[in-house]
Design a protein around this ligand. Structure first.
Ligand SMILES: Nc1ncnc2c1ncn2[C@@H]1O[C@H](COP(=O)(O)OP(=O)(O)OP(=O)(O)O)[C@@H](O)[C@H]1O
Ligand SMILES: [Mg+2]
Length: 302
């Protein structure tokens, strides 16, 4: 299990993580979704024992990460954002190298063969990792992270830069890890991928701004906003400037709109649309930006 209670981390004056709390159970794929710089990697580095939190506590696989970072490192699997594999070693050698860090000599070969099989890497076993395409290298990076079948797996942006088919394959492999009972924590920028997580936390400016299943988050957005499609030829700037319009962008021959509920409906032909996670993100962050802007304006006027 992974549990995080009020974890904060600063780098100089920058607050990279601000009182983050969350909990992930075995068999769960938990997503950390957020824009660049929102603190995803920082949180993963704390949970993998690489970085210490300034305040708060986190437990991974029953261990306090602040007190036993080295034992945490030994209990988990971690694929970093850079997906580091040794390019001048073959696929099999990369797996053997990783497995030896965790397993006794006798268990290594068995674990490597089993992992090659599970990840469909048998035919590539003799290839140099440096000669693999991005998708296959990423598959190897994840295979490396789990070759010792850790109870907790952290994958930092495992699909960035991959085509949709490769991303799909990687997600099947991620779910395969959860199905064997592992806790899986995965970061992503892709909203469509976030829908594949059992639960997720939306990170923004180092804070968790919402947490739940994709469906729960979509419902949360619906409490304060309405997502709609409008078949209109009005200029986008004019639509965006209408009161209560949080955002709008071209969609097909019309516009997809996010409307605040406590405003009168704009005078446009509207069809309500079920929100996706991108809409949820916009609803939650725009309202936050709007409220901070109000605070700043007041501050400026005072
Ligand atoms: N070692 C460090 N020293 C100083 N600042 C850092 C350090 N590591 C991270 N930061 C800062 O902390 C903030 C959070 O960074 P982090 O890498 O956690 O974001 P992220 O959500 O993983 O972003 P990305 O999506 O780009 O990978 C950023 O503003 C970053 O510049
Ligand atoms: Mg990152």
């Amino acid at each position: 299990m992974v549990s995080v209670e009020q974890v904060s981390r600063r780098f100089g004056n920058l607050v990279a993580l601000d009182r983050v709390s969350l909990r992930v159970n075995p068999g769960e794929v938990f997503g950390l979704l957020g824009p660049n710089g929102s603190g995803k990697t920082t949180l993963i580095r704390i949970l993998t024992g690489v970085l210490l939190p300034n305040t708060g506590r986190a437990h991974v696989a029953g261990l306090d990460v602040g007190r036993y970072p080295d034992r945490v490192k030994a209990a988990i699997g971690y694929s970093t954002q850079e997906a580091s594999v040794y390019r001048d070693l073959t696929v099999r050698e990369n797996l053997e190298f990783r497995a030896r860090l965790y397993l006794g000599a006798r268990a290594v070969s068995c674990a490597v063969e089993e992992t090659l099989r599970r990840f469909g890497l048998q035919d590539a076993a003799h290839q140099l990792a440096g000669a693999l395409s991005g998708g296959w290298r990423q598959r190897l990076a994840i295979a490396q992270a789990v070759v010792h079948e850790p109870k907790v797996v952290f994958l930092d942006e495992p699909t960035t830069g991959l085509d949709p088919v490769s991303r799909r394959t990687i997600w099947d492999l991620i779910h395969q890890e959860a199905a064997r009972g592992a806790v899986v924590v995965v970061t992503t920028h892709y909203m469509d991928e976030a829908e594949r997580c059992h639960r997720l936390a939306l990170l923004y400016g180092g804070k968790v701004i919402a947490q739940g299943t994709p469906h729960e988050l979509e419902q949360l957005a619906q409490q304060s906003a309405r997502v709609a499609y409008s078949e209109t030829s009005l200029p986008l700037e004019q639509i965006r400037a209408m009161p209560g319009v949080l955002d709008g962008w071209p969609s097909g021959s019309g516009v997809r709109l996010i409307l605040e509920k406590n405003y009168p409906t704009p005078n446009l032909p509207l069809q309500t649309v079920y929100p996706n996670l991108e809409d949820v993100f916009i609803v939650l962050t725009r309202r936050r930006i709007a409220s901070t802007m109000n605070v700043d304006e007041k501050g400026g006027a005072a």
